[in-house]
Design a protein around this ligand. Structure first.
Ligand code: FAD
Length: 521
């Protein structure tokens, strides 16, 4: 039987692959999508189970997911199995690589926080002299953000801040509770801006529910799950990509896919691994370098609103959430670090028992007294893209299908440590001004990777000697190869990246379709 040839092969079905398929198929372009994971079957996979029926009472088998702090016994089937999918790092510099191998990718579980980048990120070098600018500016991406926000039904409130461009939101007009209002007033008095959270609406706001169904409905998408791509293949006559070799996850049968154009959207580090294992797109030597993410200081502040203690956490006093966008180093250099951080804060939780040095009945009494009276804040800081933070292929280790694994090398530097310290001190001051009691403040970052915002290892740029992709997410070396995920970022800021990944892949698909129509691809 002849092997069908597709117009475009898309590797990965998450945010970036899903958006590429959504855009291309509606223009009549025939796409084949390969994803390493199984499909989701909501009827089978979402059966309610009582904790007492689970062998590990909900906590999960110890040691099964050493790097996935979000994993528990209820959601264990979602995460990429760490035994089947190993990676390595120097034990001195642990890296927490959090992966989802399922159709829909990490959008099945993302928190849906959706922020735009600004020219403080796209033109960061112009601003503070460090690193490189993106080859595009905010104006290039704004029309695509405009389309992605309504598609993902992002709720939020316009704030008029140049460092956090407004978008097309479902208006969030919920009034602030007194505790949130007090914190916002304290911030305003110190010149620190705050705004409402911006979030894609609904737990089903995923590639699986919002992108793939429309793409499949066109009849132009063939989606193959359980297809682990081993390498992208080259046509020796033309030097162009002609498809990929892949292996069935279960049967281990080896297969080939053929297409005119290859799009890689397997997530930042998996895409980079695939390109390194294929030996392509690296004439610059930059592939795998400049790995960065956002550092997180989880619960940098845990405070209590005193008036809410002892059962007085009423609905008008407690509850709600907000966001501090970057405010450092905008108009002037004002601290011992460059760039900046943002903060998610929320009111109305009950502080974790770890904050009370008590046991038994006294602990229970303390928890009862603080029920719903908590205020906490998590810091997300911009991480500098540095050549030294990089990935390469570990020649000794392979995954369950014999595909060479990644070695990851990532470390934070003083710029990030100083930023974390400043953020925690500033938050403590704001809580004090707002009249909150602080139970704990700390500036301990989680290990690199745990923010799940890995970026930058396949960066775009105008110069083929210093970047892997051009401004259209297209390989400088091979014109029919595109990489559409977060590996293409040059600078990430402190905003969660997925809205930008969606906008970039939509823009790349637009360009691809135009180039195919013009006969250039
Ligand atoms: C718990 C959690 C919370 C998050 N919260 C937020 C948030 O609030 N805001 C935000 O902006 N971002 C958030 N993120 C990050 C967000 O989910 C990712 O940025 C986004 O999904 C990345 O899209 P992607 O297409 O690059 O990768 P993914 O969505 O991960 O998709 C990659 C796909 O590629 C497939 N794949 C990998 N390797 C291969 C291979 N060799 N062959 C075939 N297929 C392969 C995988 O199976 C997967 O389906 C969160 C992530 C997690 C896990």
């Amino acid at each position: 039987m002849p092997v069908p040839t597709y117009d475009v092969l898309i590797i990965g079905s998450g945010a970036s692959g899903g958006m590429t398929a959504y855009e291309l198929t509606k223009r009549g372009i025939k796409c084949l999508m390969l994803d390493a994971g199984p499909p989701i079957d909501y009827d089978r996979d979402r059966v309610p189970r009582a904790v007492c029926d689970l062998p590990y009472r909900g906590f999960g088998k110890p040691g099964r997911f050493p790097h996935v702090t979000q994993a528990n016994e209820f959601n264990a089937a979602i995460w990429a199995d760490e035994q089947q999918n190993p990676y390595t790092y120097d034990p001195k510099d642990p890296y927490y690589w959090v992966r989802v191998r399922r159709v829909g990718g990490k959008t099945l579980v993302w928190g849906r926080a959706s922020w735009r980048l600004s020219d403080y990120e796209f033109k960061a070098k112009d601003h503070d002299g460090y690193g490189e600018n993106w080859p595009i500016s905010y104006a290039d991406l704004a029309p695509y953000y405009d389309k992605c926000e309504p598609l993902f039904r992002v709720s939020g409130r316009k704030a008029g801040l140049p460092q956090l461009p407004d978008g097309i939101f479902i208006e969030d007009s919920a009034p602030d509770t007194q505790s949130i209002a007090r914190f916002k007033t304290a911030a305003k008095k110190r010149g620190i801006p705050t705004t409402q959270p911006r979030r894609a609406t609904g737990q089903l706001a995923s590639s699986l529910n919002l992108l793939l169904p429309d793409a499949l409905a066109t009849g132009n998408l063939t989606l193959v799950p359980n297809a682990v791509v081993r390498r992208i293949t080259v046509d020796k006559k033309t030097g162009l990509m002609n498809g990929a070799d892949f292996v069935d996850r279960h049967t281990r049968r080896e297969m080939q896919a053929t297409a005119r154009v290859v799009v890689v959207g397997a997530s930042c580090l998996e895409s980079t691994r695939l390109l390194l294992n294929s030996g392509i797109a690296n004439s610059s030597g930059v592939l795998g370098h400049y790995l960065f993410d956002q550092f997180y200081v989880k619960n940098a502040i845990q405070a209590v609103v005193p008036e809410a203690r002892d059962g007085k956490a009423t609905r008008d006093l407690m509850g709600g959430a907000g966001y501090i966008p970057r405010f450092r180093n905008l108009d002037k250099k004002d601290k011992d670090f460059i760039r900046g951080y943002s903060v998610d804060f929320s009111s109305g939780g009950t502080p974790d028992p770890k904050y009370f040095p008590l046991y038994g009945e006294p602990l229970q009494k303390a928890l009862n007294a603080h029920r719903g009276a908590g205020f906490d804040a998590t810091v997300m800081g911009s991480v500098l893209p540095r050549w030294e933070n990089c990935v390469n292929i570990d020649k000794e280790v392979t995954d369950a299908w014999g595909i060479p694994a990644l070695h990851i090398q990532a470390r934070y530097t003083d710029n990030e440590f100083n930023m974390a310290r400043d953020a925690t001190d500033t938050l403590a001051e704001l809580c004090g001004d707002a009249g909150f009691d602080i139970l704990e403040k700390h500036d301990r970052m989680v290990p690199p990777g745990e923010s799940i915002h890995e970026l930058g290892t396949c960066r775009m740029g105008d110069d083929p000697k210093t970047s892997v992709l051009n401004k259209w997410n297209q390989s400088h070396d091979i014109k029919n190869l595109f990489v559409v995920d977060g590996s293409s970022f040059v600078v990430g800021g402190s905003q969660n990246p997925t809205l930008t990944i969606l906008a970039l892949s939509m823009r790349a698909a637009d360009y691809m379709a135009e180039q195919m129509r013009a006969g250039n691809l």
